[in-house]
Design a binder for this molecule. Sequence first.
Ligand SMILES: [Zn+2]
Ligand SMILES: [Zn+2]
Length: 205
Amino acid sequence: MGIRVNYMCENCDFEFQTDDVMFHINQDGKLEEYLLLMMTCSNGRGSKINGYVFETICLNCGKTIKTYRITHNEYDQDEAFEIVKHALDEKNDMILRNGGYHLEIEDYAVYLTDYFGDGYEYDFDDYDSKEDAIAEAQKEIDRLNEKLAESMENTVYNIVIGDEENPLEIINCPNCNDELPISFEGQRECPKCGGLLLGFDMLLD
Ligand SMILES: [Zn+2]
Ligand SMILES: [Zn+2]
């Protein structure tokens, strides 16, 4: 079971979404991220490195900080750090090159798939033609990929080592070095205007 929180500012158009996200390094050395759900809770079992992913915003410099906190590791710390860094660079390069969202055409529908592997279906029957459905999905993919590239440009990445007993909760911003909590959880002040932030929880299962 995962919790998604949508934060909204009372005062301006600021919005931010946080999810319970885990990662692991798979057998091919690739970094995989997934929402923590009932069906995914055994993902990563047996992998030599796994942990949690947190996103927050630095109130000092405004960058989004995406932190990969290694909680289980069977290498020495430096090596684990290098493995995750390499896999993360590779993944980000690939997303920037190919986009994070893809189109998959089946017999009766076209699917828009995101980098979590979740999809949205465009049923051909709901459109005048198969081509219309594909064009509609492609338009949405272009829009989402553009938004993703934009948000990646404003994101700095951070890899830290913690463990289940002593999780690391405070990090330094990789951009400006300010100290801040690893996650956005419980944030009440809008990073954009200083107004009051409201958080809306949603249970995902
Ligand atoms: Zn900063
Ligand atoms: Zn605001």
